[in-house]
Design a protein around this ligand. Structure first.
Ligand code: SF4
Ligand code: MG
Length: 283
């Protein structure tokens, strides 16, 4: 069985020292190993942005796609080879601005893909502009007088769109984040995991300390029932979207790939397209 170290490759991440994305990468590698995956059973498809580089830093199949388009590619990969465990990933700008149309429809489609968003509430790669996740009044190069737009709530949107798995975590909480990614990978259907992942270079407001003092962990509510959609929406709104943990899971609804008539029986994968571990290691 592969260890998390086997999900590492020899490419050195060029994120800034202290960027939250390092921990997200580590959590993905640990979660994949913990649930017994081999590198050749995993595909990581990313969009554009600092966080989009993550697909190049994990020893698995990977594709660094185009801006806001990680989800169409990831869904195509899953439909073409349903034997693969598929992760889509990217930043809040990638997934909740240019890619938001895909995000909403991937959620309602409920194909078995895990979407991990590194939410730093800014555009980092382009050196600091307001993203849909930035707070009102947030000053950046693109909003020198402060943002006058309201902040998007991806968790509320996900629930409204019919999500079957909604979770949120913090890159500093490696234990919770790893457990949530494991749960997302094992969920049969689309999983949204929004991860607060601070940009230490361009976001001087939403810092590690800011997150630590604003996050509300669901562990504080032992009676919370993640199968209750109304309670989930209430908790998100009560905490101004700062709740972390497994917020909602619907285990009843079947995944898209389980519902396509004829798909399951016939399949799309030819056995000769399946690479062995030995072949994979030679790639
Ligand atoms: Fe991370 Fe921000 Fe640096 Fe990008 S600019 S690598 S998001 S710290
Ligand atoms: Mg961002």
């Amino acid at each position: 069985m592969a260890t998390f170290k086997e999900f590492r490759n020899n490419v050195k991440p060029n994120w800034c020292p202290g960027c939250g994305d390092f921990s997200v990468q580590a959590a993905i590698q640990r979660a994949a190993a913990n649930i017994g995956l081999e590198p050749e059973q995993l595909a990581v498809i990313s969009g554009i942005g600092c966080s989009g580089r993550i697909s190049g830093y994990i020893n698995a199949y990977g594709l660094h796609g185009i801006h806001g388009r990680s989800l169409p590619i990831a869904q195509g990969v899953k439909l073409a080879n349903r034997e693969l465990t598929v992760i889509a990933s990217g930043g809040d700008g990638d997934g909740f601005a240019i890619g938001m149309g895909h995000t909403v429809h991937a959620i309602r489609r409920n194909l078995d893909v895990t979407y991990i968003v590194m939410d730093n509430q800014i555009y980092g790669l382009t050196k600091g502009q307001t993203s849909p996740r930035s707070a009102e009044g947030f000053k950046t190069k693109s909003t020198p007088e402060g943002s006058i737009e309201s902040t998007l709530s991806p968790l509320e949107i996900a629930l409204s769109a019919g999500a079957t798995f909604v979770a949120q975590s913090f890159s500093s909480d490696l234990k919770q984040l790893t457990a949530l990614i494991e749960a997302g990978l094992q969920h049969k259907g689309f999983s949204l995991i929004n991860v607060f992942s601070p940009c230490v270079t361009f976001n001087k407001v939403n810092t590690y300390d800011w997150f630590k003092s604003n996050i509300v962990n669901l562990e504080q509510f032992p009676d919370y029932d993640p199968s209750n959609r109304i309670a989930a929406m209430t908790k998100i709104m009560e905490t101004n979207g700062m709740i972390t943990g497994l917020i909602y899971q619907n285990k009843e609804r079947k995944a898209y790939d389980e519902l396509i008539v004829g798909f399951k029986e016939e399949g799309l994968v030819k056995q000769d397209l399946q690479l062995s571990r030995e072949d994979f290691d030679k790639l």
